[in-house]
Design a binder for this molecule. Structure first.
Ligand code: ADP
Length: 480
């Protein structure tokens, strides 16, 4: 296809404006890669209250209009900003978006229905841009393809818009009371929409709607694309995903390889000179308040603290691990239960384990750079970016073989020398323990092999280049 494809990338969070997890990283790096690969891209985001003032002050008002949402008539402004050659649109409505946190409110479905409807309405007024493809991401924009088909097809130029729906995490679906079908979405009398949104006895499910209405479904790794078609990983939507397998594909995420590069670490290093890595480790031990011991393996875990991340496996073997000569530094926030539990372990083993209960990106980058091992024993993992960030710095991951972890970490093979990390398959704490012990034995007994594995991890290609082309192939297939 010779003409540029106009892509509107719709997401609820995006680096550097706001990030709570991997979606923010992807929205902050994939659009740039798509643009570099020849698409004309705009990113559209809610103007959330947490966006730093240095960005909000630089935004320029573009248009204002009214958004009908059920019986409501709501103010909407679109503001714009260009950063690093990518143009961003921010959907402004202070009632919905100027809050203390991005998510976690009783009216989240209403907020995201507003966001999706506002995006569609805005296309009538935006100067200089009309999308060929809208790439929606996760449940926050899942209702958009439904509304496009049910409410906007009367407008001629909307008839050719294609939608791609990307699943970053199937667990979060946007489920609310069926009352919203009419009250919020104004889909009264639309039997098709009812059949495809209705979920459980008296609920509607935004994400389920996108599975039916989007032209194509992508997810963030090939293995997760297969897993979600099965009952254990399908979050009660596996039967629908199975029906649509012919338009479901998994494209492994990339990361911003300029940002997450050892050349830009606190003490820069390369595969030819690891002196900076040792300095990063010493600085990290000092920062964590752990003894500054160069030969003791330093493990880190950086994560949302939820059961998804396999923290019960870790809790199940932590006492045994702490009998070893090792250190563990955890950075994370989330479920209070895990914050308390990991904090208690920290108190029990003050010389070996530390929890920092915070969301701190600069610290996370110092941890990726300074550690020896990165723990990610997730029960499921759509893609996972942290393991790629850690490998970029030669910090070898210990992962469970699921989703994108399976697709991005090559387990060490002692016979061939291949490997960029260590992995195990079960959901048993014993197997995590054994895997960590194996990694530590290689670290301690075979420093040359360890160094070689670090080099292999650091030379893996985690960039978006080829992966962005796979997205473009999906857009082209939709438009063909
Ligand atoms: P998920 O999207 O499920 O949270 P990913 O591995 O895809 O997991 O992405 C997580 C992103 O959030 C990574 O960039 C990781 O570094 C970052 N992150 C997670 N927890 C923290 C934290 N406590 N402080 C800083 N960054 C964090």
């Amino acid at each position: 296809m010779s003409e540029k494809i106009n892509v509107l990338f719709a997401a609820s969070e995006c680096v550097p404006f706001i990030k709570t997890g991997g979606l923010g990283d992807v929205a902050g790096s994939l659009p740039k890669a798509l643009q570099d690969a020849g698409c004309e891209v705009r990113v559209i985001l809610p103007k959330l209250g947490q966006i730093p003032s240095k960005y909000t002050e630089a935004m320029e008002p573009l248009i204002t209009f009214e958004v009908p949402l059920g019986w409501r008539r709501l103010y909407c402004g679109i503001e714009t900003l260009e950063l690093d050659h990518v143009k961003y649109y921010f959907v402004d409505n202070e009632f919905y978006f100027k809050r203390d946190t991005a998510y976690g409110y009783g009216d989240d479905c209403e907020r995201m229905a507003f966001f999706s409807k506002a995006i569609l309405e805005s296309l009538q007024y935006l100067p200089d841009f009309f999308p060929d493809v809208i790439n929606c991401n996760d449940w926050h924009t899942a209702i958009l393809p439904v509304l496009l088909h049910e409410q906007f097809m009367g407008i001629e130029k909307y008839q050719n818009i294609k939608t791609v729906f990307t699943i970053h995490n199937l667990k979060f679906q946007g489920i609310c009371n069926e009352f919203n079908f009419t009250d919020l979405l104004a889909l009264n009398g639309k039997q098709n929409a009812w059949d495809q949104l209705h979920f459980d006895r008296d609920c509607i499910n935004f994400l389920q709607g996108a599975l039916y209405y989007a032209d194509y479904i992508t997810t963030v790794s090939p293995t997760y694309a297969q897993e979600i078609c099965t009952v254990p990983y399908g979050e009660r939507l596996d039967h629908i995903l199975n029906q649509h397998r012919d338009r479901l594909t998994g494209i492994l995420n990339g990361i911003d390889t300029v940002k997450f590069a050892p050349e830009h670490a606190l003490y820069p290093f390369t595969i030819d000179d690891f002196a900076g890595k040792a300095a990063c480790k010493a600085a990290l031990q000092r920062e964590a308040g752990l003894p500054e011991l160069p030969d003791v393996p330093l493990m880190v875990l950086i994560s949302r603290l939820t059961d998804q991340k396999g923290l019960d496996l870790l809790a199940g073997c932590i006492d045994r691990l702490m009998e070893q000569d090792i250190q563990l530094f955890v950075l994370g926030t989330g479920d209070k239960h895990y914050e308390w539990l990991l904090g208690e372990f920290g108190k029990r083993y003050p010389d070996k384990m530390v929890l920092k209960a915070a969301f701190d990106e600069p610290l996370s980058m110092r941890m990726y750079a300074g550690a020896d091992l990165f723990l990610m024993p997730s029960l499921f993992e759509p893609c996972g970016l942290s393991q790629m960030m850690s490998m970029s710095y030669g910090t070898l991951p210990v992962v469970r073989e699921t989703g994108g972890l399976k697709d991005s970490v090559v387990p060490y093979n002692q016979f061939t020398g291949e490997g960029t990390g260590f992995s195990f398959n079960s959901t048993r704490a014993d197997d995590l323990y054994n895997c960590i012990m194996y990694a530590i034995s290689v670290y301690k007994d075979h420093p040359d092999i360890w160094k070689q594995l670090m080099k292999q991890a650091m030379t893996e290609d985690f960039s978006w280049g080829e992966r962005a082309k796979s997205y473009i192939a999906v857009y082209e297939a939709c438009l063909a």
